[in-house]
Design a protein around this ligand. Structure first.
Ligand code: ATP
Length: 302
């Protein structure tokens, strides 16, 4: 869909096992090629384990090519809050996630996690605590178990199963011919899109990060899978701060709070109920009923 996260396909990149995998290796090559010019501060220190309180303070940002995206973006996200980031296509939702991972440096404003300015932290200690689940996740032609444990190769079977339960993946895995030892086809081709997504969520859950970012997690899924993914995200949000970028109204309605982004800043925010009662942009999107696909949003915003 877009390449905003391409530089960090998966933070599992540090795993030597992955470096050996062709598919992942290609992505590491992408990463090296595209890694934006972010330097660790000379005084950078290791972040302690986050509780997950995230503050974006008056963030402005333009891409190196001059494309201005954010302009005074401000929001405060509480530990274990589930926040949906919605808004027109191209308005900067994924960019916000990239800034949180410090793939780019804002031109103005600060991002703090638990009061630590993220530009003062070592990149590893920041990125090691933020798991990203994208739409196109990579898979090895290996067992389900190995695929879930990608970022934590030494994880115990109990931990892998617990992560799969959280992700709503345990049931279908258990029904596979050899359960967790079933070997998956290259690129996860033997799984449905929803199953692949749930394995990716299990992989993120296994990392136990205090911050999780989902980039359009239900895009292209049927309602049943969509519901399963939304339940999984809800479960995870009781353990980690979750930022969910979505065009899907049902997913947004599942959040504790919705931030509607427009013109590079928060145009509207509140609980789904508050926004509906308010009768603003979100309410118009909801009235549209259909997941607000690109055309729909453009229509709404003219
Ligand atoms: P969508 O809803 O389509 O996923 P979004 O709200 O997540 O969009 P972003 O992906 O953050 O939007 O992109 C914001 C703007 O920045 C878009 O105009 C996009 O084309 C541009 N953009 C994104 N990544 C880059 C990049 N690496 N270099 C230059 N411009 C970029």
């Amino acid at each position: 869909l877009k390449n905003t996260f391409r530089p960090v396909r998966d933070f599992a990149k540090n795993s030597s096992r992955i470096a050996k995998a062709t598919a992942a290796g290609e992505r590491i090559a992408d990463l090296l090629e595209e890694e934006p010019q972010i330097c660790e501060a000379p005084h950078a220190y290791m972040a302690p384990r986050f509780s997950g309180h995230i503050s974006f303070n008056q963030i402005s940002f333009a891409y190196p090519n001059g494309r201005k995206v954010l302009n005074g973006f401000t929001c405060d996200i509480a530990p274990r809050e589930l926040v949906a980031l919605v808004g027109p296509s191209g308005t900067g939702k994924s960019t916000i996630a990239s800034l949180l991972l410090r793939l780019y440096q804002p031109s103005g404003g600060t991002i703090q996690i638990d009061g630590h300015d993220i530009s003062d932290l070592t990149l590893a200690s920041l990125r090691g605590q933020v798991a990203v689940v994208q739409q196109d996740n990579f898979f090895l032609a290996d067992t389900v178990r190995e695929n879930i444990a990608l970022a934590r190769p030494n994880a115990s079977s109990a931990d892998i199963t617990a992560a799969a339960i959280l992700a709503g993946a345990h049931e279908f895995i258990s029904m596979m011919p050899e359960g967790y030892d079933t070997v998956l086809a290259e690129r996860g081709a033997s799984l449905s899109m929803g199953q692949r997504q749930r394995i990716a969520i299990a992989r993120a859950a296994l990392r136990g990060c205090p911050i999780l970012v989902f980039d359009e997690p239900t895009n292209g899924l049927d309602p049943d899978n969509e519901a399963l993914i939304n339940e999984a995200i809800h479960r995870l949000s009781r353990r980690a701060t979750v930022i969910m970028i979505t065009h899907d109204m049902a997913s947004a309605a599942n959040a504790d709070r919705i931030l509607v982004l427009s013109d590079g800043r928060v145009a509207e925010q509140g609980t789904p109920q508050e926004l509906l009662a308010k009768g603003g942009v979100f309410s118009a999107m909801q009235a549209d009923r259909s997941p607000f696909g690109r055309g729909g949003v453009h229509a709404l915003y003219g």
